[in-house]
Design a protein around this ligand. Structure first.
Ligand SMILES: [Zn+2]
Length: 349
């Protein structure tokens, strides 16, 4: 294994003359600097990796999968796109990179960066359970894992399949009671996951245009979801309706008659928010914190860099597993100094 020294940049430890320096900066996202590779950063770095389509890409050249480019709300100009398939290594300067499926959303990717034998794995939204509509996650081996979920992962979550099945059952019972079941759900990812399970239960859904447009893009990337129709398509009639969560009070509601609503969300909402809905389904399309700890262990990494989103208790969980944790709680820089790779001996495994 290569020897990695990690120094705190604020303590005056810069890039050493021996070995290769690979400073890691946290500002509004991680940046591998001076290579200037932004990792889901909000501000432009000139060249940014975007892990999945929930992330808004900054201006500049963008590295992502073809599905992510199609699903992003902000269109990236063709000349700024570097669309790379999974499992195909490519080189930019001294960095060799490979994308691996993350299982969070169609097209979502983990980025493995290799430099002089060091394997740095970046992940922002990973789901290792068998996915409902995304590509199945594969976990590569790494020396350092950089984690930067874009929202706080709950401590524990029920598997997305079980939650979607419970939601389908709720729709059946709600219809039997004489109400139209209405799901308020993120159009990008969770809606498609739910639609697939509703189809398995022979439930005919009607969906808002924003959700329908995403299902068309999924279809283009080989993910077929049965029997999805737009809310305004004739003839009217449905077993369940899917709307984006921000459509409360829109003209759509009048047409739906007597309704019951269920919020489908990735994280448990604040107490006050729940009372606005008849029911709630917490369907995480990313790992909970115990799943994330198992994910890190599965990579074999002994070092982890965490963005500020994670609580101190998660850093402690990883530390108890014998992992060196670098928790970025504010904008700062760490410099990873990579010593020249030693020859493998029988004691190296
Ligand atoms: Zn996401």
């Amino acid at each position: 294994m290569p020897v990695v020294e990690i120094h705190d940049g604020r303590a005056g430890e810069g890039v050493g003359s021996a070995g290769i320096g690979l400073p890691l900066v946290w500002a509004d996202g991680f940046v591998l600097w001076p290579n200037g590779l932004g990792l889901d950063t909000l501000s432009p770095t000139g060249f940014s990796f975007i892990s999945h389509a929930h992330i808004a890409p900054p201006p500049g050249r963008i590295l992502a999968t073809a599905a992510t480019f199609d699903l992003m709300s902000r269109r990236v100009p063709e000349e700024d796109r570097l669309a790379v398939p999974f499992d195909r290594p490519f080189k930019i300067g001294p960095l060799e990179m490979t994308l691996f499926p993350a299982g969070h959303l169609l097209g979502s990717a983990q980025l493995l960066v290799e430099v002089d034998g060091l394997r740095v794995l970046y992940a922002a939204g990973v789901q290792t359970a068998i996915p409902l509509t995304a590509e199945r996650c594969r976990v590569p081996q790494a020396d350092l894992v950089i984690l930067a979920d874009h929202c706080l992962p709950p401590a524990s979550l029920t598997s997305p399949l079980h939650v979607a099945q419970a939601a389908a059952q709720w729709a059946i019972e709600t219809s039997s009671a004489g109400f139209s079941p209405v799901f308020l759900v993120n159009p990008l990812g969770p809606a498609e996951d739910l639609l697939g399970v509703l189809a398995d239960h022979k439930i005919r859904p009607r969906v808002h245009r924003s959700i329908y447009d995403v299902t068309v893009l999924y279809e283009r990337h080989g993910v077929h979801i049965e029997d999805v129709r737009r809310l305004d398509a004739k003839p009217y009639g449905w077993d369940a309706v899917l709307l984006p969560p921000d459509l409360g009070g829109s003209p759509h509601w009048k047409r739906l008659g007597r309704t019951r609503t269920a919020l489908v969300t990735g994280s448990p909402p604040e107490r006050g928010e729940v009372s606005a809905y008849d029911d709630l389904f917490v369907m995480g399309t990313h790992l909970d914190r115990s799943g994330l700890a198992r994910y890190v262990t599965a990579t074999g990494a002994k070092r982890v860099a965490l963005s500020p989103i994670y609580p101190a208790s998660f850093a402690q969980t990883l530390a108890r597993r014998g992992i060196d944790v670098f928790h970025f709680l504010e904008a700062r820089q760490l410099s990873l100094r990579l010593e020249p790779r030693r020859k493998r001996s029988s004691s190296d495994k």
